[in-house]
Design a protein around this ligand. Structure first.
Ligand SMILES: Cc1cc2nc3c(=O)[nH]c(=O)nc-3n(C[C@H](O)[C@H](O)[C@H](O)COP(=O)(O)OP(=O)(O)OC[C@H]3O[C@@H](n4cnc5c(N)ncnc54)[C@H](O)[C@@H]3O)c2cc1C
Length: 423
């Protein structure tokens, strides 16, 4: 039996994360009577974990190339209405003073909790109702409004519904993927959700040697031998594969390619800041001019991490204890090639549980980018990670949550409710 909550709202926001709280605030500022229905016993649980607890909440240059969902134009249209400047003005007004670290924006206090707190203060000020520990299991379109049914069978009605349940990444923080189910029930298509900003798995035999090593490198990902992207920075080696921001940025390509049974490789350049020509000359000097009395492995000390040296030499079948000056040109060329293009085959990701973001989601072709409203169900809006838009690391995903949430909240309709129509 369903326990009908008597109250009716102009707007019900399903999910009280970044996008949901922003949407609720904007809707309430239009004069709407708003409720947030949240799965967890608190709001903004994932927000607290962002930026290692410091919340990299935006980026000064939200270029479209940093978004990798289905339709970059869609993101642009949303940002035209609520951009980084609007976001900064919004947070400044709430009390958050942003600081800029190479374009990445954080609260000056460097506390993600501060962002959650100021949003909650604003929710209270605007008298936005919050229902906690209330997973929504069904949203249904009635004659002139929506019913929102929770798992304990309680129900409320609302003129507009904003679905902001997040994706599936990092489920421990409440992202159960329920939003996809709710959206499908309402007739929406879902682009297959996949882990993004995630570590990658490999069956490379050298992983046991390399585990724990951090190297500066450029990583170029190929899918069926075609280059899909390249990133430079710190590469981390783990017992299961490779990690670090350079890997995160490329991971969504691997997720979809592996799903399609394509072959994924990462080519590692261990000396990205030295031209191949210069590094070959350096190898000749190290091995032939200065190599007297040294082993091959000793000749490379100071240039590369010692564990990387061991792996590179072994992969070229050059004995680590062989005299450096007895290396042939052919061996040096092979070593040189491995240094600049060491291939790591990728056979999986570390999974949704460890991913920071979900790629895929509600198909943007079925949404109006000017309003974030469904083209299928009038009065139904979407915001945040639930939508098929994902960004790279650097504050892009939260900026998407703020912008899409704000646009959805700004476009809800405030119409007179006729209670007879819900019965
Ligand atoms: C460890 C980590 C670090 C990150 N760091 C950054 C960073 O520094 N910068 C950045 O830009 N991005 C970062 N991200 C990504 C960013 O946190 C997300 O993209 C963003 O939080 C998405 O916001 P959202 O509101 O769409 O979804 P969420 O924040 O996931 O919020 C969705 C809410 O909906 C609720 N919900 C789900 N299902 C239901 C249901 N059935 N009924 C009711 N409520 C429901 C959830 O409990 C949750 O509160 C990070 C992610 C992780 C996991």
């Amino acid at each position: 039996m369903i326990n009908r909550v008597k109250q009716h709202y102009d707007v019900a926001v399903v999910g009280g994360g970044a996008a949901g709280m922003m949407a609720a605030i904007q809707a309430a500022r239009q004069g709407c009577n708003v409720v947030i229905v949240e799965y967890n016993d608190r709001l903004g649980r994932k927000l607290l974990a962002t930026g290692n607890g410091r919340c990299n909440f935006s980026n000064l240059t939200p270029e479209l190339s940093n978004y990798r969902g289905a339709a970059p134009d869609f993101v642009q249209t949303v940002y035209r209405q609520f951009d980084v400047d609007a976001t900064m003005a919004f947070f400044r007004e709430l009390g958050i003073e942003p600081i800029n670290k190479d374009g990445l924006l954080y609260p000056r206090s460097q506390q993600a909790s501060a962002v959650v707190e100021v949003l909650q203060m604003e929710l209270r000020l605007l008298q936005i109702a919050v229902i906690y520990s209330a997973p929504v299991k069904k949203v249904e379109r009635l004659a002139s409004c929506f019913s929102v049914v929770m798992t304990d069978k309680s129900m409320l009605t609302a003129q507009n519904v904003i679905l902001a349940t997040g994706g599936q990444a990092s489920a421990i923080r409440g992202s159960s993927g329920d939003g996809y189910y709710l959206a499908r029930l309402l007739g929406h298509s879902i682009v297959t959700p996949m882990p993004a900003l995630v570590q990658l798995h490999s069956n490379l035999s050298y992983l046991s040697t390399l585990t724990g090593v951090r190297t500066n490198a450029c990583v170029t990902m190929t899918v069926d031998d075609a280059v899909v992207g390249s990133e430079c920075g710190e590469l981390q080696w783990t017992e299961y594969g490779i990690s670090g921001i350079v890997v995160f940025q490329l991971s969504r390509f691997a997720s979809y390619a592996l799903e399609a049974k394509q072959q994924v490789n990462c080519q590692i350049d261990f000396l990205p800041d030295i031209t191949p020509q210069a590094s070959l000359e350096d190898l000749k000097i190290r091995f032939w001019s200065h190599g007297y009395g040294k082993t091959t492995s000793e000749a490379l000390i100071g240039l590369l991490h010692d564990k990387v040296i061991a792996v590179l030499l072994d992969s070229c079948e050059i004995a680590a204890d062989m005299p450096a000056d007895s290396c042939s040109m052919e061996q040096l060329l092979q070593l040189h090639q491995r240094i600049h293009s060491f291939v790591v085959p990728i056979n999986g990701t570390h999974g949704m549980k460890h991913a920071q973001v979900t790629a895929g989601g509600v198909d943007t072709a079925e949404l109006n980018a000017d309003t974030m409203e469904s083209r299928i169900v009038p009065g139904l809006f979407f915001a945040g990670e639930l939508v098929d838009v994902d960004g790279i690391c650097g504050g892009y995903n939260l900026q998407w949550a703020w912008s899409s949430g704000a646009v959805a909240g700004m476009h809800v309709k405030r119409t007179k409710y006729d209670s007879d129509q819900t019965t």
